[in-house]
Design a protein around this ligand. Structure first.
Ligand code: SAM
Length: 376
């Protein structure tokens, strides 16, 4: 399929250009940072008292310089721009029982919040391998964790889909590990950045690739796939009740931006109430994202390979965010338990506490499942 030129900040990041330092035409610059690390005080221009757009939130993009702002954003239940708040960290640590000296894998490094917690518990003497498919975000996270003091011997990062974990472990000279963790889906950095095109809340190119090196965007799928294929995508990836109508109305059309697609969905739903239209857009965007990144295939591949490199007594934990993910993890763990591959599995799904959901609404749909590799 042809790759449409992507005029967004994404390409600029790909070329090593930080849009914060040198903005795309029409975008606002972040204040330059002087040699002594103190930013110039010139306030970027934006309408109103506070910056609203992702790229204008220059304080949130510099958490080390503006901890007070970050504290206020978090206290208001939001996620600071350019970061991600790790979910159910205590529950994940309990499930994985990370101890000093252990070797483990974080399959979905993201911002590195869970990774940082693992690194604290596996030191001294342990080792964490971190993977992420996203070549734009990964270097920032590696830099952040290096700045926190985790050198290559204790933390090694790989730009890889987790479907390729066995080969990554080979590169890291590991044949088995004591724990494996995956926190599925996209990070807040990806979701909130309009240039990545994951969300209908802000306008951006309709992209949705976690790895922009891959050839097919969400816009490509809508333009090239027939209605029957799109209907199956909407149904299978998001249980979309209006799948057939939406697929008929969207197939073969050009949607260069997220807002154009959102508007078309609104029009196709006609007199449906506002709440349902909102939910429908969320489901269609989720379904397209899963298809663009072939997320279920990657998850199934990882779940199949897991017993091969989980050491006897080793533990796996998966955080899922919708039924398609949770069903696959649940079925793989149940089948493994029946076959004697896992000695125990989570008897039921673990959910975030009310306090966590109150503090971070993005935790609400999270479901945690764990499994322990049998010794034999
Ligand atoms: C929910 S975020 C993880 C957040 C992370 N736990 C943290 O504390 O910051 C999911 C991350 O996994 C990555 N990802 C999703 N599917 C992947 C796959 N199949 N292979 C590798 N990385 C993947 C995404 O690019 C994203 O950065």
């Amino acid at each position: 399929m042809p790759v449409p030129p992507n005029p967004s900040d994404l390409n600029r990041l790909d070329q090593g250009v930080d849009p914060a330092a040198s903005p795309a035409p029409g975008r606002e610059a972040l204040p330059p940072v002087a040699d002594d690390g103190v930013p110039h005080r010139r306030r970027p221009r934006y309408q109103g008292k506070y910056p609203r757009r992702f790229e204008q939130k220059y304080k949130e993009h510099r958490p080390e310089l503006y901890p007070e702002t970050i504290g206020k954003v978090i206290a208001s239940g939001k996620t600071p721009a350019g970061s991600h708040r790790p979910i159910m960290v205590d529950e994940v640590l309990q499930a994985l029982v990370v101890r000093p000296g252990m070797a483990g894998v974080d399959c979905t490094l993201g911002w590195g919040g869970h990774a940082e917690a693992f690194l604290k518990y596996l030191s001294p003497g342990g080792r964490l391998i971190g993977l992420d498919a996203d070549p734009l975000q990964l270097p920032r996270t590696v830099e952040r964790l290096r700045a926190a003091g985790y050198e290559e011997e204790v933390f090694a990062a790989f730009r890889s889909n987790f479907a390729g974990l066995p080969s990554v472990l080979g590169k890291a000279n590991l044949t088995s590990v004591d724990f494996v963790f995956a926190d599925l889906g996209v990070s807040s950095m990806q979701l909130d950045n309009p240039a990545r095109g994951f969300s209908f809340k802000t306008d951006g190119p309709l992209d949705m690739r976690m790895n922009p090196g891959k050839p097919v965007t969400a816009a490509d799928l809508l333009r090239t796939q027939p209605a029957e294929v799109l209907a199956a995508v909407f149904r299978d990836n998001a249980d979309e009740p209006h799948a057939a109508t939406l697929a008929q109305g969207l197939a073969g059309r050009e949607f260069p931006t997220t807002s154009k697609l959102a508007k078309a969905i609104d029009q196709l739903l006609g007199r449906t109430n506002a709440e349902e239209r909102e939910a429908c857009k969320r489901r269609v965007f989720q379904a397209l994202r899963i298809a663009v990144n072939q997320e279920f295939t990657a998850l199934e591949t990882l779940l199949r390979a897991l017993p091969l490199f989980l050491a006897p007594g080793g533990r796996a934990a998966f955080l899922t965010f919708h039924s398609g993910e949770d069903r696959r993890v649940k079925q793989a763990f149940l089948a493994g338990s029946r076959a004697g591959i896992y000695s125990s599995i989570a008897p039921e799904v673990v959910r975030p506490s009310a306090a966590e959901v109150g503090a971070n609404p993005r935790a609400k749909p999270a479901k945690l499942r764990w499994a322990v590799r049998a010794s034999a």
